[in-house]
Structure formats: structure tokens, C-alpha cells
Design a protein. Structure first.
Length: 337
């Protein structure tokens, strides 16, 4: 199959909608990361997403809508708190989990009785959903396990020959996937995956719990609320290691442990030698993270050291993705290597 890449326009959105209406899959931009979209109601279309990504079947997909009226038919119940949160944070990088209706096939929900729904803010994503007139199931458009794509070129690198069309909407502004949350009680939310809508932002509306799986390794065989959290994820081919140090101390440690094919993501600006600039601001780090991990692979890196990010705001999302990319390995500068 030849994969076409078209810049986003009204015409290309229409072309995407035609393919999607016939059970095909299309790479689409969103404000978080690129998605691999199919008609969320169509079991066989959704199965072809799993095949294209090589994704485990029990890992459910997020359903994307462009208007609030599209939500009620997909779910059995909408907690009042969900509506309050939607009013404040939709459209945007936030996914909420609801009991699913009969419209959602098992393939979309990974066999669960719930469905994850989000309304993206990206004008391109919204125009494509509008042109379809039906909700789109879309996981990140990477091969399962590799870093999420934040440009159309990243999608092409992973999906060339596997899908008919990618819509190029430029670089994703947010850069990490949406916040995923569920409702353990009437007046609280639990963050299962941190993202662009942060715990701090949500705590202005309600009590916020952070699922332990966000910052620690789930025990083998343990039941996790968000199945995606149990898989090794976001990993480049290179070995990633988080270094619990900052500034000069981080740089000195990296230089003392450098070698052929070793790269270091530093928060200082300007990358020289083994160092690449990761940025100081968590927002900037989120924006750059996946592209830097992909570049490391392109440059044939064998090891990537990363300066410990802040865990505040969207920094928690950066830390969560890095922990998985690093298979939970953090070293202190006093540790034996
Ligand atoms: O920003 C995003 O959310 C991107 C763009 C494309 O919208 N999509 C995305 O999808 O990141 P994906 O499939 O890569 O990640 C979906 C996450 C997984 O961790 C999955 O386990 C969780 O959401 N999830 C989906 N449905 C769920 C459900 N019913 N219950 C619990 N977790 C769910
Ligand atoms: Mg993903």
C-alpha cells in the first residue's frame, strides 16, 4: 500500500473522512500527538488499527469527538463532575473514562466495560471528525512500544506502507498524550496517565488522586486501571537512563560515563558534544521529548542519559513517559555504574 501525506486543508479532511467512512485508517494530527484513526463504532476498522500498530488487543483506544452532543450515545452515564470538567477543559488534552454504551465494540474498549473519550482542540482533528460525523477511535500513531509521533514525518517513519493516508497538521503543540482520568467517587478524579491538563489544574475543580502506576512500576501480573500503563512504552532502541542530578553535576556525571553512541539530554540550552538541549521549562520538555528520543535512534545512539525533570505541572507527564522509556531505571550520581 502506498502511503500518501497531504497537508491539512478542507479538501484533505474530506478525503480522510471518505477513507474513514469506508472502514479505512488514517494518520491524523491532534494537539497532543498524532493519532491513528478509524470509525470507533466499526469493529473491523478498529481491528486494523491494532494490526497496523502491532498493539496488544487488551489495550483500549481513546474515542475522539468534536462536539459534546456526541458524548451521550457513547456512554451509559455521565457523572455531573465529568460535565463540569468538560466545560472547563474540553476541547483539550484530557480523556475521561465512562461506562460504555452498546455503540462501542469490544475491540475499541479492549474488552473493558468502559470507554475513554476525549475532545481534541486541534482544528485539524476537529475538522476531520466533523467531516466524518462519527467518533474516531485513535491511539497514538506509532508502532506499539516506540516513542509517540509528534510530526507527520514520525508517523510516516513508522506507518509507511501500512496506511493509505496521513494528514500533516505540523508539529503537535503539546507533545505528550492527553491526561487520562476516571471517577472513583462523585467528587474526585483519579489520574491514570498524566498529560497536558495537569493535577494542579484539575484540583481547582475537585479532589485529585494520582494513580500509583503513574510514578512506580506495576508489579508483575498486577491489575492496572489503565492497561496501557503496564506495557514497556515510549522506548527508543537506545537504552534510556534518568540521572537524578542537575546542572553542572549532571553534566560532569555524563562526561565521566560517556562513550561511543552516548547522548545526554540536558536542561541547559545549546547542545554541544554528547549534549542535546531538552529545555528547562516543563512545557518545552513535553514538546521536545518524543522527537529527541526518535532523533537518538536516527543517530544510532546506544545510550541516552536524561537530566531528572521536574514533576510539577506537565512535568509529571514528562517524568511518567521517561520512566517508561527508561524501564524505571534512575541512577544517582553516587551509584555504582
Ligand atoms: O493524546 C492522546 O490521548 C492520543 C491522541 C492521538 O489523542 N491518544 C493516545 O492513545 O495516547 P493511546 O491509545 O496511545 O493511549 C490510550 C491510553 C492507554 O494507556 C489506555 O490503556 C488508556 O488510554 N485507556 C483507554 N481506554 C481506557 C479505559 N476504558 N480504561 C482505562 N484506560 C483506558
Ligand atoms: Mg500510545
Amino acid at each position: 500500500m502506498k502511503t500518501e501525506v497531504l497537508p491539512f486543508s478542507e479538501d484533505s479532511a474530506k478525503k480522510a473522512a471518505e477513507i474513514l467512512a469506508h472502514g479505512g485508517i488514517v494518520g491524523i494530527p491532534t494537539e497532543t500527538v498524532y493519532g491513528l484513526a478509524a470509525d470507533a463504532r466499526d469493529e473491523s476498522a478498529v481491528r486494523s488499527i491494532f494490526a497496523a500498530k502491532g498493539r496488544p488487543q487488551d489495550n483500549p483506544l481513546i474515542v475522539h469527538i468534536s462536539r459534546l452532543e456526541q458524548l451521550p450515545p457513547l456512554v451509559r452515564e455521565i457523572p455531573p463532575l465529568a460535565l463540569k470538567i468538560a466545560e472547563r477543559f474540553w476541547a483539550g488534552p484530557l480523556t475521561m473514562i465512562f461506562p460504555k454504551s452498546g455503540l462501542i465494540p469490544q475491540a475499541t474498549s479492549g474488552g473493558l466495560d468502559t470507554v475513554a473519550v476525549r475532545m481534541p482542540s486541534s482544528p485539524a482533528a476537529r475538522a476531520i471528525i466533523d467531516a466524518c460525523g462519527f467518533p474516531l477511535a485513535a491511539p497514538s500513531a506509532n508502532l506499539s512500544g516506540s516513542p509517540s509521533p509528534t510530526t507527520a514525518q514520525h508517523v510516516l517513519n513508522d506507518m509507511d506502507g501500512r496506511i493509505p493516508l496521513i494528514i500533516d497538521g505540523g508539529e503537535c503543540s503539546c507533545g505528550v498524550e492527553s491526561t487520562v482520568l476516571c471517577f472513583p467517587t462523585e467528587d474526585s478524579v483519579r489520574i491514570l496517565r498524566p498529560g497536558g491538563v495537569t493535577a494542579e489544574m484539575l484540583s481547582e475543580l475537585c479532589r485529585v488522586e494520582i494513580d500509583p502506576a503513574v510514578t512506580s512500576e506495576p508489579e508483575k501480573g498486577a491489575k492496572v486501571l489503565s492497561p496501557g500503563m503496564k506495557y514497556k512504552h515510549y522506548s527508543p532502541k537506545a537504552d534510556v537512563l534518568i540521572v537524578d542530578a542537575h546542572g553542572e553535576e549532571f553534566r560532569e556525571w555524563c562526561e565521566a560515563h560517556s562513550g561511543e553512541g552516548v547522548i545526554a539530554l540536558s536542561q541547559e540550552s545549546g547542545g554541544q558534544g554528547m549534549f542535546r538541549s531538552f529545555g528547562k521549562d516543563p512545557q518545552e520538555q513535553a514538546h521536545r521529548l518524543f522527537a529527541l528520543l526518535r532523533e537518538a535512534d536516527e543517530q544510532g545512539a546506544v545510550r541516552v542519559y536524561v537530566e531528572m525533570p521536574s514533576k510539577e505541572g506537565i512535568g509529571l507527564a514528562v517524568y511518567n513517559r521517561l520512566l517508561r522509556a527508561a524501564a524505571f531505571r534512575i541512577v544517582g550520581t553516587d551509584d555504582e555504574q
